[in-house]
Structure formats: structure tokens, C-alpha cells
Design a protein around this ligand. Structure first.
Ligand SMILES: *Cc1c(COP(=O)(O)O)cnc(C)c1O
Length: 393
């Protein structure tokens, strides 16, 4: 087989899997791997979860698609469940994270339009990642993803992540033109960056004061990843808009944009839409995933195993000259290295049967399924310890 017919947007390892179960994957030669990537925070309840498998196969035998020209029972059920869990009021379903963020950005525009703002601006964060469509790319930071795509929509103001004074300055400069702030509670793609304590709460107050929508991109942090359903729940606040995708379908593509209060009332028939969004298959799987997380106590497990993993990584790697920082929340953990280690993900897989991810060149990112146990935590710590130390020799 050759990949010559594929556009070269990724540089995949020469490693291909044929089967997955729980926290494990098997390659074409039948070798077993511990998966600490989970398809980039997607397979949160593990691979081939029997209840996900039966939800998919039963629904496939009943009905896949009718379009949003008709009511879809599973869509309403999933929306009800998501609004209950989050405290937001209404949901629009998409097929991916970028699309869910596009939905949020359209809400911000409409919000501004209703306020009589002619050229509304959305504040975004330095080093943010919100997706690859033109709009979400414009909201994202970093030359690597933006290079060559000049002429992106320019209605964003970028401020340093975690810097409240910069938001005041933006207000002084742009005044009423600002209608919303869009941010990730923990920046995932840029290396698991946590906001300073109290930042989200202060931002919530600031948004209230200025009548800005607080829009949280929980595409990576949501659905139990950090030990709560949504990362904002650690801070005791509720956003006006939140986007989800990744873990919601455990591998079946689905995205969602939730909104509350005024923001939930902005769309009217015709102002937004999606052919596939909210189809019976994706929504039934979404309902099943949420049930599994509840019934298996996976929020508690993510919290407990996440704390253990973080503590064990500190014990194993603190003082290593090539390790600059270890940080994270729940099962979203980054290990920042002093410099990139060549072939790090390949070596971890080949020599230790461990799948890990590296972002921005030099931060190891661990995103295991929320189902991992103590023994698997130890396996991750041992594997990561060996690759990191091995690189120093
Ligand atoms: C993955 C991700 C996206 C993009 O999601 P896609 O499904 O790839 O479009 C957006 N924002 C965040 C924070 C993400 O982690």
C-alpha cells in the first residue's frame, strides 16, 4: 500500500492498527499497544466499548439519516442531556469541532448585529487552536497553521492567554465593537497550557460587565477529560456559549454548540443549518457515551487517575534536565521538554508499546481514555520515563 494518493497534511508514523479494545490497540502484526492518545481526546470511554458498538449497530439497522427537515428524537434527547449537565439552554449539532466553533462565531456576529454593532470583533487568545476552516483558522494562532492562507477574516483581537489587563486594554482600544471572548479553558494543541487560577472567574465577571459573550471551546477539555463534565465546572462559572466535539461521539463524528440566555435565542429558521448535523446515529452514540461516563463513574476515575499520573510523573521526571515542566488537569497532561526529542513518538511505540502525542514540537501530551486504571498509569509513567531519559544519553 502507498500513501501517494493522499494529500500530505499529516506525517503519520508507519504504524497502522486493525483492532482496538478499551485502552489497547493492536497493529497489523498483532502487537499490543497502550493508547495514551485516545485518537486525540476522542475515544474517552475506550475503543470498541460494547455499548457504543451495539448503539451503532442497532441504530444502523433502524435509521441513519432523515435530515433536519424532520424532528429527530435522539437529537432532542442528547440536547436535553447536554443542557442538564452543563447548565446551558440550547444546542445546535454539527459534525466536527471546527464547525461547532463556526457556529459559535456566527452567534457572536448575530449578537453584535442585534446590538447594532457594525463590525463586531471577537477576542481570542495567543496560541489558541480552534480549527482549520477559514473562520476558525483566523481565530487560531501560530504561523504553522496560518502560513499561506492570507486574507483570513480579520475580525479577531488577540490577547495573551491569562492576561486580564490585556482585555481591559482591548476594551479601551475597540470599545463597543467587541462582542465576545472565545477561548479554550486549557489550551491543548499549544502544549496543555492552563490559565492562571481565578482567570476564568474574573473573565466571567468582565464579560458580564461589558455585555460580552463568554464562549468556551471545550472541544478537547469537555466530556470528562479534566475530571468534570466540562472544564469550566472546576471554576464555578457558566459560559454563554460552549463548543464540544471530540469525546462526545467516541469516534463517531459529532460536534455541538451550546448557548444560554440571549445567545440561545439568536438563530432563527434559515440562519444556520447542517445536512448531517444531529443525525440519529451520532446523537444516539452521544447519549450512550454520556450514559457510560455516568454509570462507570468515569469523571471520578479521570480525576483520580489524572492526579495519580501527574504525581507519578513528577516523582519520575522532576530534576531531569530535559524536562522543563509537567502540568495538567485530569487526564490532560503535558510534559514540556527543553528541546524536541527526535522520533519520540516512534520510540515510545516501538520500544515500549506506548502511544503518546507531541504538540508544538516539544511537549509530550497524554490524553488516555478516561477508563485507565492504576496499572496502566504505571505503564505510562515507565514508558515516558524511559523515552525521556533515554534521549539524554
Ligand atoms: C480538535 C480541536 C478543534 C478542532 O476540531 P475538529 O473536529 O478537528 O474540527 C477545535 N478546538 C479545539 C480546542 C480542539 O482541540
Amino acid at each position: 500500500m502507498t500513501a501517494a494518493c493522499l494529500m500530505t497534511t499529516y506525517q503519520p508514523l508507519a504504524l497502522s492498527f486493525t483492532k482496538g479494545l478499551g485502552t489497547r490497540l493492536w497493529d497489523q502484526a498483532g502487537r499490543e499497544y497502550l493508547d495514551a492518545v485516545a485518537g486525540v481526546a476522542v475515544t474517552n470511554v475506550g475503543h470498541s466499548h460494547p455499548r457504543v458498538v451495539s448503539a451503532i449497530s442497532e441504530q444502523a439497522g433502524l435509521l441513519l439519516h432523515t435530515s433536519n427537515l424532520y424532528s429527530i428524537d435522539w437529537q432532542q434527547r442528547l440536547a436535553e442531556k447536554l443542557t442538564q449537565l452543563s447548565g446551558l439552554d440550547r444546542v445546535f449539532f454539527n459534525n466536527s469541532g471546527a464547525e461547532a466553533n463556526e457556529t459559535a462565531l456566527k452567534l457572536a456576529r448575530l449578537y453584535g448585529w442585534h446590538k447594532g454593532v457594525e463590525q463586531p470583533l471577537v477576542v481570542v487568545m495567543e496560541n489558541a487552536f480552534h480549527g482549520r476552516t477559514l473562520g476558525t483558522l483566523s481565530a487560531s494562532d501560530g504561523p504553522a497553521v496560518r502560513l499561506g492562507f492570507q486574507g483570513l477574516p480579520g475580525d479577531f483581537i488577540k490577547v495573551p492567554f491569562g492576561d486580564l489587563a490585556a482585555l481591559d486594554k482591548a476594551h479601551r482600544t475597540y470599545g463597543q465593537r467587541i462582542v465576545a471572548v472565545l477561548m479554550e479553558p486549557i489550551q491543548g494543541e499549544s502544549g496543555v497550557q492552563l490559565a492562571p487560577p481565578g482567570y476564568l472567574k474574573a473573565l466571567r465577571q468582565l464579560c458580564n460587565r461589558r455585555n460580552w459573550l463568554l464562549m468556551l471551546d471545550e472541544i478537547q477539555t469537555g466530556i470528562g477529560r479534566t475530571g468534570q463534565w466540562f472544564a469550566f465546572q472546576h471554576e464555578g462559572i457558566v459560559p454563554d456559549v460552549m463548543t464540544l466535539a471530540k469525546g462526545l461521539g467516541n469516534g463517531v463524528p459529532i460536534g455541538a454548540c451550546l448557548a444560554r440566555g440571549k445567545a440561545a435565542e439568536l438563530f432563527t429558521p434559515g440562519s444556520h443549518g447542517s445536512t448531517f448535523g444531529g443525525n440519529p446515529l451520532a446523537c444516539r452514540v452521544g447519549c450512550t457515551v454520556l450514559e457510560i461516563i455516568e454509570e462507570q463513574g468515569l469523571l471520578e476515575n479521570a480525576k483520580r487517575q489524572g492526579e495519580r499520573l501527574l504525581a507519578r510523573l513528577h516523582a519520575e521526571l522532576d530534576g531531569e534536565p530535559q524536562v522543563l515542566a509537567i502540568r495538567g488537569q485530569g487526564l490532560m497532561i503535558g510534559i514540556e521538554l527543553a528541546q524536541p526529542i527526535r522520533d519520540l513518538t516512534l520510540i515510545a511505540a516501538r520500544d515500549h508499546g506506548l502511544l503518546i502525542n507531541v504538540t508544538r514540537g516539544k511537549t509530550i501530551r497524554l490524553l488516555p481514555p478516561l477508563t485507565i486504571d492504576e496499572r496502566e498509569v504505571e505503564m505510562i509513567v515507565r514508558g515516558v520515563g524511559r523515552v525521556v531519559r533515554g534521549a539524554g544519553n
